[in-house]
Design a protein around this ligand. Structure first.
Ligand code: SF4
Ligand code: SF4
Length: 481
């Protein structure tokens, strides 16, 4: 059906395209986000091939506009004319014939651009690619435990503290094993998460290992990117300069604002580290673990963070695997929803540059569909200080193999004894959920023993529509297209 209103499409072109090439678009939380998948990564030509509409859903977001999302489609805001245009492709059509049909109303260039954008973003596909495909992993993410030591005692921490550091020689073996597996699996890039404990307590080793990773990956033609997950206590100007020299990203944990000027307090030190990093142009991501104990202070923390325009990663407290009873940190869903909405209101007032689609709702990633909640058992490896490999950083004691085997990734992928990460469509509770492709179901460690949906399911369901609406407001308000 032809609609004479000019088609309008808003999407974060930089973000969408960088998702193809830049692994910093994942949330940089402590988990392993599966890399976003878009089937088209090249400019699309208007050609004689037959195209078909991909499955997607449209949510009204006000002013006659719709937020569109689909499996392996990137989020866009569109007007009715775009929906009508897509509608024409319900039955397979050649691109040329559609351009011919619409060119008198909209002009040939506009129709061609619309067709190309919708194809690159996944909403139109050549007939032979119209079904969902299995995508080979393009990125391998590794957690490298730089030390088991920590100078803080966060109540929710799941790491077994002990006086044990990573040696440079073991670190190099870990890097070699990652590069071997990357080559064996045709993976183009590595993302290294240097973690602990507090990894900066063993900073000389971290630097030496990352230097080696840069040198070897360059020699072997594999891209590498690293991030340090820190509590901020050891951040100084010198440390920041050394991180920058190695092109390392920085994530600092901050869960609530300092209540007093106690310079030894964890929050005080994290805030100081964030300010210092900003002054030194190493803009950190801030990871916020939300627990029942910090719900009330969340909006104040958001205010402080958005004032500094830094990237935020909001994560929900997950009880330890061994815990059978809720503790005082265990989140109460209804109260969590209220606190999240209050936090979103604060962020919305500041018109963030950060997309609302990723990083602002725990494990959920609305930037692109995926069929699992995380990369466990697929493209994620966790190494302890001895070079043992496990599937998840919350289960580091469950060793699957080590960095000395020929292909550590193959062993982790084929392991049937440890936690499993089945596709969401195999989960009875989740398979019919309209959000399943963006939620992925429950964190496999959390779901262990139940296999059911996430304990945060009601929270996710309540907040998805709000995020979609807010991202629409951001894109349209900031004229991002
Ligand atoms: S049912 Fe809940 S946990 Fe499962 S996919 Fe949907 S939102 Fe996620
Ligand atoms: S299993 Fe859970 S904790 Fe482990 S990487 Fe996946 S989402 Fe994160």
């Amino acid at each position: 059906m032809q609609n004479h209103q000019i088609p309008r499409l808003w999407f974060d072109r930089n973000f969408a395209m960088s998702a193809l090439n830049d692994c910093t678009v994942d949330c940089d939380c402590d988990c392993a986000c599966p890399a976003p998948t878009f089937w088209a990564s090249r400019p699309v030509l208007v050609d004689d091939r037959i195209y078909q509409q991909a499955a997607f859903q449209a949510q009204a977001v006000g002013d006659g506009l719709f937020g569109l999302m689909g499996a392996d489609c990137y989020y866009v805001v569109a007007n009715q004319s775009v929906l009508d245009f897509l509608d024409d492709f319900k039955n397979p059509l050649s691109a040329v014939s559609v351009v011919n049909t619409y060119q008198n109303s909209w002009g040939k260039d506009r129709v061609a651009t619309l067709f190309q954008d919708l194809t690159c973003l996944g909403y139109l596909r050549p007939l032979e690619k119209a079904s969902n495909e299995n995508y080979p992993a393009r990125q391998l993410t590794a957690w490298i435990q730089v030390t088991d030591r920590c100078n803080l005692h966060c109540q929710y921490c799941y790491i077994q503290k002990r006086n044990q550091n990573l040696d440079v020689s073991v670190g190099k073996e870990i890097i070699d094993s990652l590069l071997r597996s990357a080559r064996a699996h045709g993976i183009e890039r590595l993302k290294l998460k240097y973690a602990g404990g507090e990894p900066l307590l063993n900073f000389p080793t971290l630097r030496a290992v990352h230097q080696y990773a840069l040198q070897e990956s360059d020699r072997q033609g594999i891209l590498v990117e690293g991030i340090v997950l820190s509590n901020g206590t050891k951040i100084s100007t010198t440390v920041l300069q050394q991180l920058q020299a190695l092109n390392l990203h920085l994530m600092i944990s901050l869960d609530t604002l300092a209540q007093s000027a106690d310079v030894r307090g964890a929050s005080y030190q994290a805030q100081r580290a964030i300010e210092l990093a900003i002054q030194n142009n190493l803009i950190p991501t801030v990871s916020v673990t939300i627990s029942q104990a910090t719900l009330k202070t969340l909006p104040f923390l958001m205010e402080w963070l958005v004032d500094r325009n830094i990237r935020i990663s909001l994560n929900f407290y997950r009880p330890h695997a061994a815990m059978h009873q809720p503790d005082e940190l265990t989140l109460i869903p209804n109260e969590l929803i209220d606190a999240m909405l209050a936090a979103y209101n604060v962020i919305a007032l500041h018109q963030p540059r950060q997309s609302w689609l990723n990083g602002l709702l725990d494990r959920v990633n609305l930037t692109g569909a995926r069929n699992v909640p995380c990369g466990v058992g697929q493209d994620y490896l966790v190494f302890d200080t001895d070079g043992n490999a496990s599937k998840c950083h919350m289960l580091m004691s469950e060793k699957v193999t080590n960095c000395r085997v020929p292909d550590v990734l193959a062993i982790v992928q084929s392991d049937k004894l440890g936690i499993q990460n089945p596709p969401v469509i195999q989960k009875t509770d989740c398979k019919d959920c309209r959000w399943s492709m963006w939620c992925g179901g429950c964190c496999p460690t959390l779901a262990r023993g139940t296999g059911g949906k996430s304990p945060f399911c009601s929270v996710y369901q309540a907040l998805f529509p709000r995020l979609i609406e807010l991202e629409a407001t951001r894109l349209v308000g900031q004229e991002i297209y």
